[in-house]
Design a protein around this ligand. Structure first.
Ligand SMILES: Cc1ncc(COP(=O)(O)O)c(C=O)c1O
Length: 400
C-alpha cells in the first residue's frame, strides 16, 4: 500500500521492514515538511512578530488542531506536544497523579505493559506509598473486564493500560473498561503508542481520561509526541518544565503568572519541525483512512500466521491476538540469532524483550522475535520471510 510515497524503499530496494512497532518510515510529504521548515521559514514559535515567525505560529497551532481532530478531543487545549509516549506517561504520573493520589491508593496495570507504563508507576509507589497491582491475563494474555473486576477494590484509583500491547498485540476492550472504571470513580490512562497509529482512537467515544502517543510510530518524525487529557484534569497538571513560553509574567518580587493551557505545559522551545512533520503524518494517514490501514494489517496478520505454520520448528505466542504484531521463536535458537539471520537477507525484525520485561512471567520466555506490520508491508514480503525462515537449519552457518 502506497510504497511509492516512502523514500526508504526507493533508497533500499530489497529491504523488508517488519519493525514498525519500534518506529516507522516517513512518507515524502513528512520529510518535505521538515526540510521546508528548516530551509524556507525557520523561526521560533509563539515568540516573534515577523512574517516567518507568524507562519510558524499558525502552522504549529494548526498541527494541534489536526491532532485534536484525529483523536476527536473536545478542545485543542487538551493537546500537549511532548517528546513522545514516554514523556507523556511521565507527565501524567509526575505532573498529575503524584498530587491526585494518596498513600494506599491502588493503580492497576498488567505484566504486558511497556516500561513507560510501568516504571513511572513503580517510582510513584516508592515516593508516595501507592500500590501498583496487576490485572491477571487470560490464557491468551488478554485483559477482560471480568479479570479486571476481580482485582478492583475500593482503593483502586487508576487503571493504566496500553490500548494495544507491543508484544502480545492484543486490542484491549477500552470502552468497556472506561465505562466500568468511571462508574467506580477510577481514572483511565491509555498508552496509545501502538494503537493510535493503527486504530481509530476516538477519545470521546472511548471516554479516555489520559492518552499518550508518539509521532515516530505513526509516520511522523522522532522526538515528538502527544499528551491528551480531559481539560478538567489537564488544568490541574503542574508544569513538568518551567521556563520560557509558559509564563505571562514574573517579577523580582517572585510574583509569577503562568499561561493558560496548552502553552503552560510546553515550556522552552518545542520540537517545531517534529510538530509540523507530525501534522503532515496525520493528514497523510487520514488521506488513506485509518480503518483501511487497520484492515490491511489484519489481512496481512492472518496471512502471516497461516504461512508461519509452514515453518515446522516455530512457536507463535500470540496467534489469537488482533493487531499487526506477531511474536515467535524458532526452537532452540536464541531470538537475537534469528534476527541476525533474517538481517542477512535484508529482513528487519525486532528480537529481545521489547522493553516489556515483565511479560516473561506470562509467556514463560524471556526473548522473542517480533514482526510488527504497517500499511506499506505486503504479502510478497511475508512470502520472502517464510522462504528464509524455512531455511533456519542453516542459521549458524550464516551468522557465525
Ligand atoms: C506500548 C508502548 N508504549 C510506550 C512506548 C514508548 O514509546 P517512545 O519510545 O516513543 O516514547 C512504546 C515504544 O515501543 C510502546 O510500544
Amino acid at each position: 500500500m502506497h510504497r511509492e510515497d516512502f523514500l526508504m524503499f526507493e533508497n533500499n530496494q530489497n529491504l523488508i521492514y517488519f519493525d514498525n512497532g519500534a518506529t516507522t518510515f516517513k512518507p515524502k510529504r513528512v520529510v518535505d515538511k521538515v526540510v521546508d521548515y528548516y530551509t524556507k521559514y525557520t523561526a521560533n514559535a509563539h515568540r516573534g512578530d515577523y512574517d516567518i515567525s507568524l507562519k510558524v505560529d499558525n502552522e504549529y497551532e494548526e498541527a494541534r488542531e489536526v491532532v485534536r481532530h484525529f483523536i476527536n478531543a473536545k478542545s485543542s487545549k487538551e493537546i500537549i506536544f511532548t517528546k513522545g509516549t514516554t514523556e507523556s506517561m511521565n507527565m501524567i504520573v509526575f505532573s498529575f497523579m503524584k498530587y491526585y493520589l494518596h498513600k494506599g491508593d491502588e493503580i492497576l496495570i498488567t505484566k504486558a505493559e511497556h516500561a513507560s507504563n510501568v516504571l513511572p508507576w513503580f517510582e510513584l509507589e516508592k515516593e508516595l506509598g501507592v500500590s501498583v497491582k496487576y490485572i491477571p491475563l487470560t490464557s491468551e494474555y488478554k485483559v477482560t473486564l471480568d479479570n479486571l473486576k476481580n482485582v478492583v477494590t475500593e482503593k483502586t484509583k487508576v487503571i493504566s493500560l496500553a490500548h494495544v500491547t507491543n508484544v502480545i498485540g492484543d486490542i484491549r476492550p477500552i470502552k468497556e473498561i472506561t465505562e466500568f472504571a468511571h462508574d467506580n470513580n477510577i481514572l483511565v490512562v491509555i498508552d496509545g503508542a501502538q494503537s493510535v497509529p493503527h486504530l481509530k482512537t476516538d477519545v470521546e467515544d472511548l471516554d479516555i481520561d489520559f492518552l499518550a502517543f508518539s509521532g515516530h510510530k505513526m509516520l511522523g518524525p522522532t522526538g515528538v509526541g502527544v499528551l491528551y487529557a480531559k481539560e478538567k484534569y489537564l488544568e490541574k497538571f503542574r508544569p513538568f518544565n518551567y521556563g520560557g513560553g509558559m509564563n505571562s509574567r514574573f517579577e523580582s518580587t517572585k510574583e509569577i503568572e503562568y499561561k493558560e493551557l496548552p502553552l503552560r505545559l510546553e515550556a522552552g522551545t518545542e520540537n517545531i519541525a517534529g510538530v509540523l512533520g507530525l501534522k503532515e503524518a496525520i493528514l497523510y494517514l487520514e488521506s488513506i483512512g485509518i480503518e483501511n490501514i487497520h484492515k490491511h494489517e489484519q489481512e496481512l496478520r492472518e496471512y502471516l500466521i497461516k504461512r508461519l505454520k509452514e515453518v515446522s520448528n516455530i512457536t507463535v505466542y500470540n496467534e489469537n491476538s488482533e493487531a499487526g504484531i506477531v511474536v515467535f521463536n524458532i526452537e532452540n535458537i536464541f531470538a537475537e540469532d534469528t534476527s541476525r539471520f533474517l538481517n542477512h537477507y535484508g529482513i528487519c525484525i525486532r528480537a529481545g524483550n521489547h522493553c516489556t520485561k515483565m511479560v516473561k512471567d506470562e509467556i514463560k520466555v524471556k526473548n522473542t522475535c517480533r514482526i510488527s506490520l504497517y500499511l506499506y508491508n505486503t504479502k510478497e514480503e511475508i512470502d520472502k520471510l517464510i522462504e528464509v525462515l524455512k531455511e533456519n537449519n542453516k542459521i549458524y552457518d550464516i551468522i557465525l
